[in-house]
Write a new protein. Structure first.
Length: 209
């Protein structure tokens, strides 16, 4: 199975002169950590690049897909672009390149197509997902803490029918790829996931080791 890592975004909020995925947490970058975890679960890694693509490609050896429209599109379009490159794959695992994740977050969705990892009640960091009867019904971003929602764990396992309906949501959109998860099953994991959007998020990730 292939794992699609979405790394095309600009990530301007951090204020660093390099993509967020290349920031170091310990001895490895966030992206290197993801690749190690994904390959450790027998997944073939494909990275979607756009912003500062050459820098990412020089830093990490992997297969790549280039989103030439990264400046005007979001991660939802990057996911669609990558999924179209592998039409024979019955399902794909996807991650965000700027998510600091643990192995448990990947393992919890591997044998569950159309599932999305969540890690805890929404704490105001990253993307919030709302569920009814265990199925995602709504997604939102940049909101205050809310115990009614869950924090996206950075990893999802999507079937081909789910991947193929993404263009009907919006082909050219700045929406987060999590808007493509509507209808997927919730999988609650005890692992950790930090969406690194600010220097404070980076310090929190480093505190987790």
């Amino acid at each position: 199975m292939k794992a699609i890592v979405l790394a095309a975004g600009k990530g301007e909020r951090m204020g660093f002169p390099l993509p967020k995925s290349l920031l170091k947490v310990g001895d490895e970058s966030i992206l290197e950590r993801q690749i190690r975890i994904l390959k450790g679960n027998s997944l073939d890694v494909v990275i979607v690049v756009g912003y500062r693509a050459t820098m990412v490609m020089q830093a990490v050896r992997a297969a790549y897909v280039f989103n030439s429209q990264y400046f005007e599109t979001g991660s939802l379009y990057s996911l669609h672009l990558a999924s179209q490159m592998f039409p024979l794959e019955k399902s794909l695992v996807m991650t965000y390149a700027d998510m600091f994740i643990s192995n448990e977050v990947v393992q919890c969705v591997l044998d569950k197509p159309d599932s999305v990892a969540v890690v805890k009640p929404y704490d105001g960091r990253g993307t919030r997902l709302y569920f009814e009867e265990g199925v995602a019904v709504r997604a939102s971003v940049a909101t205050p803490p809310d115990p009614r929602g869950f924090s996206f764990g950075g990893v999802a396992h999507l079937s081909r029918p789910t991947l193929d309906r993404i263009p009907t949501i919006s082909k050219f959109t700045e929406l987060s790829a999590t808007f493509g998860f509507i209808g997927c099953q919730l999988v609650l994991t005890q692992g950790h996931a930090v969406n690194v959007n600010t220097p404070g998020d980076l310090e929190y990730a480093r505190s987790l080791g």
